[in-house]
Design a protein around this ligand. Structure first.
Ligand SMILES: Nc1nc2c(ncn2[C@@H]2O[C@H](COP(=O)(O)OP(=O)(O)OP(=O)(O)O)[C@@H](O)[C@H]2O)c(=O)[nH]1
Ligand SMILES: [Mg+2]
Length: 397
């Protein structure tokens, strides 16, 4: 539930769910199916952040206006709409990267708080962070985002301001004080995260020299469901985006092969780079894995693109060279024909070994386990007779 926030000088009650006017920009190359799917995902993002969608508008791509991002005509159209709708819309979300200056100009014209895709994703992360480390990572990303936007209305609507006692909304002098406080807090958080990183590295050094397997994939595909199924760990499973923001690691033995399995944060299209940077420590489990289980929601119409997004994100975090087992999940939601199609096409063209399962219906789980252990047995460190430790690094030929 959102806590109280200021909108246009009016205090929202703690139970009021802010309602969004959602604006999506369709790329020229998008097919109608893609447009529909991206819009669905966007609306799901808004709800995952704890907001309601009052209205959604899609515009075709135009070169952004330097001052207002949207063209003059569109800005005017939205202004009229907002006037008509009055208090039934609390803020405007533009699903794009909108500069702080553009946001400020739009807020002046529309007289409503405005945010962009990054601001929205940050809200979801802030909402879902549970551990001290995840909280610090989100707070850092959020402060960096808000620093150039401090005078904005959105910043006042946005929740969990990091508890640094910002007054906000005051004059220039107050803004300067707030900015200084934010910079100090950012420096402290960076320091704290470095410390978390060091401690985590020490823990990883000290634990069983077992092979490491990490669940990766688009958000909401069933990674945590699989984690639960395989390890019985009580991780959070929920039908919303970015339910998991922390890393859980458990020791498991499958078919006599012991290994460490980790579940962690999911990915999405256009994940803000600042967030990926802030989650550097959390993503260490992925970077240092010996095998990745790339979990896919095979029932999602856009799953091929989601796989590409995950592959690109893995490259960005330095995990692009780790062997992958493609786990096509949610097969219970497919008709027999669709299943066959997925199976045929992926077995034929996937650069990775593939297994098609349902985590909730526990279908083909034995096959999944066999695939995991087969791949683990094929790891150089497994074949290395000296045991599970990392093989010695040898120079030369
Ligand atoms: N029908 C069906 N639903 C599934 C299956 N696996 C998971 N789900 C559902 O998908 C939703 C998301 O599952 P999670 O396990 O939380 O997904 P996740 O990948 O960990 O998601 P994030 O942590 O948010 O990135 C939940 O509602 C699950 O019950 C499956 O095999 N079939
Ligand atoms: Mg999860």
């Amino acid at each position: 539930m959102p806590s109280e926030g200021m909108i246009e000088g009016r205090v929202l009650s703690p139970t009021h769910v802010p309602r969004a006017l959602v604006i999506r920009i369709e790329a020229a190359a998008e097919s109608p199916e893609q447009s529909e799917e991206y819009l669905d995902e966007l609306l799901f993002l808004v709800r995952s952040a704890g907001y309601e969608v009052a209205e959604a508008i899609s515009y075709s791509w135009r070169r952004p206006d330097a001052a207002t991002f949207l063209t003059r005509g569109r800005v005017e159209e939205i202004r009229t709409l907002l006037k008509e709708k009055g208090s039934s819309i609390d803020f405007v979300l533009i699903d794009a990267e909108v500069s702080p200056v553009q946001v400020r100009n739009l807020e002046k014209i529309w007289e409503k708080p405005v945010t962009d895709r990054e601001g929205l994703i940050l809200e979801i992360f802030a909402r879902n962070a549970r551990t001290a480390q995840a909280k610090a990572q989100v707070e850092l990303a959020k402060l960096e985002y808000e620093l150039p936007r401090l005078a904005h209305q959105w910043t006042h609507l946005s929740r969990e301001r990091g508890g640094i006692g910002l007054r906000g909304g005051g004059g220039e002098q107050q803004l300067e004080i707030d900015r200084r406080k934010m910079r100090q807090r950012i420096a402290r958080l960076r320091e704290q995260l470095r410390e978390f990183g060091k401690q985590a590295a020490i823990r990883r050094e000290g634990r069983d020299p077992l092979p490491r397997v990490a669940l990766v994939g688009y958000t909401n595909v069933g990674k945590s469901t699989l984690m639960r199924l395989i390890t019985k760990a009580p991780v959070l499973v929920e039908n919303r985006l970015f339910a998991t923001l922390d890393t859980t690691t458990r020791r498991v033995v499958l078919n006599g092969v012991p290994f460490l399995l980790s579940d962690t944060v999911g990915f999405i299209r256009k994940l803000p780079p600042k967030l990926l940077q802030a989650f550097h420590t959390t993503l260490a489990e992925v970077r240092e894995a010996d095998l990745l289980l790339l979990v896919v929601d095979a029932s999602s119409p856009g799953y091929v693109e989601q796989i590409r997004t995950v592959e690109r994100t893995l490259e960005r975090i330095g995990a692009g060279d780790i062997p992958i087992l493609l786990v096509m999940n949610k097969m219970d939601r497919l008709s027999p024909e669709e299943r066959e199609l997925v199976e045929e096409s992926w077995r034929a063209q996937s650069p990775y070994p593939v297994v098609i399962i349902s985590a909730t219906q526990k279908e083909n789980i034995e096959e999944l386990y066999e695939n995991i252990t087969k791949l683990l047995r094929a790891l150089p460190r497994f074949r290395d007779r000296s045991g599970w430790g990392r093989p010695e690094f040898s120079m030369g030929s």
